[in-house]
Design a protein around this ligand. Structure first.
Ligand SMILES: [Zn+2]
Length: 258
């Protein structure tokens, strides 16, 4: 997960939402949740979704807001996720500022023996504490050598918040696959998230070895590599998938170098 800077609502999205809300015939006014969730979803389906997907993919640099997998602005690649679930808030259901672009969570991947879904496919309507628009929270994201994602307890977040965020990662968004009662991973997600992150760790390790042999692994050199990645998270750049993992290990190394 990485920090997402939310942008302004595209005009066509704003005006369509206003039209639905202000047209008496739309039925919006009489909707009451949770019983009218289906009617509200029908109204949401009238929103200009292609435009929404395009805007979300752009502001998220082409990455799923939860797992950082590549998403493309097409209906079969990007789901429009309501951060506050549609069944929870009528006001936010048609509000672009409540939307995230997310992947299909493995629903469209080949089925393995154990079929573990992640992201929205796992979350469904469950409320979240972890929030990709919250910079402080996102700065506390870390990765282990074995490919697991975790919340760091040394970044000044309240202990309860750290626990709640970790629960969201493990149990709600299922970004660490399936774990047994002892907390050991027994199955990766259908999208192979743990294996991919472990692969990035391995590739970073061999890079470090290579650079070390060439005697170029110093703070200035690594700073350049970090800035190259950070640049992908600015403007309308497309970022490499799972960029947060590589950035994390680079920054860790950077802090350890003299
Ligand atoms: Zn995802």
């Amino acid at each position: 997960m990485i920090y997402i800077q939310k942008r302004r609502t595209p005009d066509v999205v704003k005006s369509k939402a206003a039209e639905i809300i202000n047209t008496p015939d739309s039925g919006y006014a009489s909707i009451s949740l949770p019983e009218d969730t289906k009617q509200l979803r029908d109204l949401f389906d009238k929103m200009p979704k292609d435009e929404i997907r395009r805007a979300l993919c752009k502001e998220q640099h082409g990455l799923c807001a939860y797992c950082m997998r590549r998403i493309e602005p097409r209906y079969d690649s990007t789901k429009i996720e309501h951060y506050m679930a549609l069944s929870e808030s009528k006001q936010k259901a048609l509000d672009y500022q409540n939307y995230l672009g997310v992947c299909y969570g493995g629903e469209r991947d080949e089925r393995g023996k154990v079929y573990v879904l992640c992201c929205d496919a796992a979350r469904k309507e469950h409320a979240l504490t972890i929030n990709p628009w919250n910079k402080r929270q996102m700065e506390a994201i870390g990765y282990k050598r074995n490919g697991e994602i975790f919340i760091r307890s040394d970044k000044g977040l309240d202990a309860q918040l750290v626990m709640d965020m970790q629960t969201d990662l493990d149990k709600v968004l299922v970004l660490n696959g399936m774990k047994n009662a002892e907390g050991k991973v027994i199955s990766d997600t259908a999208s192979k998230l743990i294996a991919v992150r472990r692969g990035i760790y391995d590739s970073v390790c061999s890079q470090f070895e290579r650079w070390d042999k060439k005697k170029c692994l110093n703070k200035d050199f690594l700073k350049g590599k970090i800035e190259y990645l950070e640049k992908q998270l600015q403007g309308d750049e497309l970022a490499e998938p799972y960029i947060g993992v590589r950035l994390y290990f680079y920054r860790q190394k950077y802090n350890r170098l003299k």
